[in-house]
Design a protein around this ligand. Structure first.
Ligand code: ZN
Length: 395
């Protein structure tokens, strides 16, 4: 339990303490000791609970406080505070019980009831009971209270349920309520919808959805890559190339995703000169090693390894990367024999070990790292924050 929660509990207890004789019993308490302090209702449990809290035994404290509340629960704020405390501690069933009791009280003020609904909705979300949470948030929208929170949670629910139409609709409503720009998130919802249709039927026509994604967020790399992949599958290679060329203007960080696709498409139409020209222009942007390595490989194929080697050496001087060094060792190995060959092999093994098992992608929001590309971070659930890792061990 952090200091914030400790504070919450202490504050939450104050109304109970006041309502149950703290105020009136205080003078007597000073004279007669804590056992008599509460008169008819004051309980020494408060002090036991606080004592547990202060001695960093939150579980004991909560047990005591819950017992107190069962006996003399009257105060809504205390219930709300404890409910949200339980939820944050992962004791969702207890939180649900507390909030359900509150919502069921006919005497509750409208604002308190709305808050209890919001909290109960969060409990249900936490338990994965999305349909129940959804109807509570919808009720809040109906009564016009906690609108922004309710909309935000609904967008979250529809994402988790993969109901992309509703996610799109409610993200618009959230945008209207908050003034926040959610275009890039909504473009992902449109891509998700397109992907879901393709998963259902690989021949589905999703071009319109992808066009919508791009008009919603012209920097949506994902939509460009999807257009490229779909065009490639249909043998429309020029269109593939056109879509891939957009990415350099959308987000340079994603070039490593583009390069292998470019090579396949240009090879399919046998436009290797154009491919080399384009890779050279990408390499000149200094946005990663992928275009450099691809260009080196093509150069080695067409002109010879010596030229490719000189090219890599020049690039390494500007931007050292382990993958670049590894390639250089490969070229050096071709003509090496005897002892120097042994040395080079050892160097290569060392270079490979340095990058083996390293994550290739990282979330810029929460730091999650992995070896697969995710458009939505599996950890913090942000969209568009996981990107290829750049630097000496990466791109
Ligand atoms: Zn993240």
């Amino acid at each position: 339990m952090g200091p914030e929660e400790l504070f919450l509990v202490v504050v939450a207890l104050l109304p109970v303490a006041a309502a149950s004789g703290w105020y009136f019993g205080r003078r007597e308490a000073m004279r007669g000791g804590l056992e008599r302090a509460g008169g008819s209702t004051m309980s020494p449990d408060y002090f036991r609970g606080l004592n547990y809290l202060l001695h960093d035994r939150p579980d004991k404290a909560i047990e005591v406080f819950l017992k107190v509340l069962e006996v003399e629960a009257d105060t809504v704020e205390t219930h709300l505070a404890l409910g949200s405390l339980f939820r944050r501690r992962g004791e969702v069933d207890r939180a649900i019980r507390i909030h359900q009791n509150l919502v069921a009280r006919p005497t509750l003020e409208a604002s308190q009831r709305a808050l209890a609904l919001l909290e109960l909705g969060l409990d249900y979300m936490r338990s994965g009971l999305f349909d129940r949470a959804e109807s509570l948030f919808a009720e809040l929208l109906d009564i016009g209270m906690y609108e922004q929170q309710a909309l935000r949670h609904l967008v979250d629910i529809y994402q988790q349920e993969q109901d992309w139409d509703k996610a799109i609709e409610f993200s618009r409503r959230l945008e209207a309520a908050t003034g926040e720009n959610l275009n890039s998130v909504r473009a992902h919802f449109l891509c998700e919808k397109a992907q879901a249709e393709l998963d259902h039927n690989p021949r589905a026509d999703v071009q319109e959805l992808l066009d919508q994604a791009l008009s919603t967020d012209r920097k949506c790399v994902r939509a460009s890559l999807m257009v490229a992949d779909l065009s490639f599958a249909k043998g429309e290679y020029e269109r593939t190339i056109q879509a891939l060329k957009k990415v350099e203007h959308q987000d340079l960080d994603f070039l490593p995703e583009v390069v292998p696709r470019l090579i396949k498409a240009y090879r399919a139409v046998e436009r290797i000169d154009d491919l080399c020209d384009y890779l050279a222009s990408l390499a000149a942007l200094r946005a990663g090693i992928s275009p450099v390595l691809a260009l080196a490989e093509l150069t080695a194929e067409r002109v010879g390894e010596e030229v490719a080697k000189r090219y890599i050496i020049n690039e390494l001087k500007i931007r050292p990367t382990i993958r670049g060094i590894d390639r250089l060792i490969d070229y050096a190995l071709t003509n090496a024999g005897g002892e120097s060959r042994e040395d080079l092999l050892l160097l290569k093994e060392t270079a490979l070990r340095l990058i083996a098992g390293k994550a290739s992608y990282k979330c810029g929001n929460c730091g999650f790292a992995g070896r697969a590309m995710h458009w939505q971070c599996p950890s913090c659930k942000s969209w568009n924050t996981v990107k290829p890792i750049h630097g000496i061990e990466g791109e």
